[in-house]
Ligand binder design. Sequence first.
Ligand code: PLP
Length: 464
Amino acid sequence: MTLLTANSPTAELQALDAAHHMHPFTHGQELGAKGARVITRAEGCWLTDSDGNRILDAMAGLWCVNVGYGRKELAEVAARQMQELPFYNTFFQTTHVPALNLAAKLAELAPGDLNHVFFAGSGSEANDTNLRMVRTYWAEKGQPQRDVIISRWNAYHGSSVGSGSLGGMKGIHMQGGLPIPGVHHIDQPNWWSEGGYSTPEAFGLERARALEAAILEIGPDRVAAFIAEPVQGAGGVIVPPETYWPEVQKIVDKYGILLIADEVICGFGRTGEWFGSQTMGIRPDIMTVAKGLSSGYIPIGGSIVSDEVASVIGNTEFNHGYTYSGHPVACAVALENLRIIEEEGLVEKVRDDTGVYLRERFESLTDHPMVGEAKIVGMMGSIALTPQKETRAPFKAEAGTVGFKVRERCFANNLIMRHVGDRMIISPPLVISREEIDTLIERAWQSLDEGYAAVKAEGLFEPA
Ligand SMILES: *Cc1c(COP(=O)(O)O)cnc(C)c1O
């Protein structure tokens, strides 16, 4: 067959895509009828599609392109590593230079005694590792009955069987017989949608104490770990009330259960610190990393593990690993990506400079008649759409109907801003400039205006 190119006509690209390519998290036939948007190249914060449109990517791909697109250094490092040592495994008492360097670098960057790294190819794989690692940890400590992992509804921890079970997405659980046994879900600290009867502070404490209630219900000697994202990402960028995390930390300490912080989005500067755990003031025993670790240039993930957990796991042979655990090319690219983040001071830039500016501009969206709250930490933020700000009422239309309409307007205005239900979310590259932030807010405002007009015209601006 003749391969198509980035210069082939859009219709041809779409037809071939629809004929053979099954897309993740997509209704295949709907997409086939409509035709996928074809992205052909990217630079900085800007994508180009096959029709030549330039699109501002306020999602950094899928929360991952922290250093922006088009970094030649990363391509060069990959090419060099491929020529020197394209692959070797790290099984059976073997190592190589990129893997050992990256593990040491992550140990240096990670807080506290998180000094050991188990590599994976993705965030889902890393959370599968975590599930088996915490159960193995307790078994090695003579407490094999401690096998329950507590997680939260509306959490996202990946979409493999293990990580999809850890997550709390009903849509994932519905298909393929998930969750697996031994995962217990508690309610999320989503004040806007679920806590309006109370103050955010009181609600944060209440949702933290749901963890203690679950521990007591299951039996404190049965619980292995609690897993959570410092700030829920795919669930709609849910920033917990300030009271939430300190109380959770107290509870996991009290019962001696392991804390797994899923840093796949929050890690590597996204929240204005190296890790979301630092922003939230928590002390995890294990952190899951992926996405920003390589800025998405190449697949890699991993678990950063405490001295204590690593030492206990080290007492046995951990019968676990992936062919690509510590892949040399991926490790080399990740190391170079971390060098860029450090040398360009991107974490500090988010904390002290452009992140502060983005917050100010993003929060001004609450002046829009359809926007209830705006929440943002560093460079991950969300706005809640509502037909009635005072009561935080949802729309009468099915959840997500209005959010989808606004997202369609964003696409039309060459802005990538996603919707989760009726929340609109952003997570731009950490290199976004003030000028680009202005463009982001202008296009968001315009899309909200157009969405609002359409929603009103269709009689959908009605509280449930
Ligand atoms: C994306 C994500 C994952 C899964 O990572 P994959 O690389 O897609 O497997 C896990 N946890 C969180 C918080 C994520 O956002």
